[in-house]
Design a protein around this ligand. Structure first.
Ligand code: PHE
Length: 357
């Protein structure tokens, strides 16, 4: 039979074990050995039956009190150990989110300057309220020429050095679009004014030298509503040029020109001081007021609607802005060139954050 002092020893012993349990597993082992089914304290209860009835009650109450005390101590220790385990985990799994991005293999890739400039242009025109429209590289003769007021036998067809596909049975021919202007037609055929789009993309002409490649890029602009006039065209182009070349003023020169799909037509030069080369004019685009025949060809009433269009060489403005001398290098897939002139994935052009920085 356990005496009072035995119980006191047992209590001291178990509480010491609890205090010394170094982790949750050790603590659980203590719990099992003390108050588990066959634990030391639980076994005391089994002795209850051997006691004279008058002692049973006090002994039972004492053992129960001990059991409660031990299980409370275990709970308290458990909470302490859990908190310690959590803070240890928090400390070991800590991430410093202010560290710079680790340069992995994916960071060695480079954004092609033309892609970067395309993103810059879209950012600028989106800010001016333009949507992006697209059309296919393989076009019909009708959309690339006829609907743009360039009928068969028109001399402008020869100027375009077109890549044609073999004629189909009905005599019609597909071609690689020679400009992004067919997207004007596609847009006017499917949307009702007001229309405000830019259409970037690849275009093709059978031509090659230091500043011409058989494939190059343009961005087309089209604005149609009831009152749009040349003043708006001039403003849009000036705002674009200032934002694109990241300067406060750009001097532009509008030269009378001719395109079958605009009337009047102009070519636009910028004063090269904008890119740090004063004393030179550099041509960057063609533009004009959309020809009434083109509006009519798309089912728009030229008495009611009017607007402007422009077409700009993306590769050309890329060469000007970033000082790249040879257009052919753009498409020669030379990794050294791309590493030198390309942009980092993280250099997203935004108006808020600076286009090129
Ligand atoms: N499509 C013309 C070209 O490729 C450019 C242009 C577009 C001119 C729109 C006027 C209006 O040269």
């Amino acid at each position: 039979m356990s005496s009072g002092s035995d119980l006191a020893y047992l209590e001291a012993d178990v509480l010491k074990e609890i205090a010394e349990a170094v982790d949750l597993a050790a603590l659980d082992a203590v719990r099992v050995s003390a108050i588990g089914k066959k634990g030391r304290i639980s076994e005391l209860m089994a002795q209850l039956g051997k006691l004279p009835p008058d002692e049973r009650k006090t002994f039972g109450a004492t053992v129960n009190a001990l059991k409660t005390k031990v299980s409370d101590a275990i709970e308290t220790r458990k909470a302490t150990l859990e908190a310690a385990a959590l803070s240890e985990r928090l400390a070991s799994e800590r991430e410093d989110v202010t560290l710079p991005v680790r340069l992995g293999a994916e960071m060695q890739g480079r954004i092609h300057p033309v892609s970067q400039v395309l993103d810059e242009c879209i950012e600028i025109f989106a800010d001016l309220g333009f949507e992006v429209a697209e059309g296919p590289d393989i076009e019909t003769d009708d959309l690339n020429f006829t609907k743009l007021n360039i009928p068969a036998e028109h001399p402008a067809r020869q100027e375009h050095d077109t890549f044609y596909f073999n004629p189909k049975a009905d005599g019609s021919r597909l071609l690689l679009r020679t400009h992004t202007s067919p997207v004007q037609i596609r847009t006017m055929q499917t949307k009702t004014p007001p229309i405000r789009i830019v259409a970037p993309g690849r275009v093709y002409r059978c031509d090659s030298d230091q500043t011409h490649t058989p494939m190059f890029h343009q961005i087309e602009g089209l604005v149609i509503d009831e009152k749009t006039h040349m003043g708006h065209l001039k403003w849009v182009l000036e705002e674009f040029a200032k934002a694109f070349f990241e300067v406060d003023t750009v001097t532009m020169r509008f030269r009378a020109s001719h395109f079958p799909f605009t009337e009047p037509s102009m070519e636009v030069d910028i004063d090269a001081s904008a890119i740090g080369k004063p004393g030179q004019w550099l041509e960057i685009l063609g533009c004009g007021m959309v020809h009434p025949n083109v509006l009519a060809n798309c089912g728009l009433d030229p008495e009611r609607y009017q607007g402007f269009a422009f077409g700009m060489g993306l590769d050309r403005i890329t060469m000007l802005k970033y000082g790249l001398p040879d257009l052919r290098a753009f498409f020669s897939a030379d990794l050294r060139w791309l590493r030198h002139y390309g942009f980092s994935l993280l250099d997203q052009p935004t108006l808020g954050g600076g286009l090129s920085s």
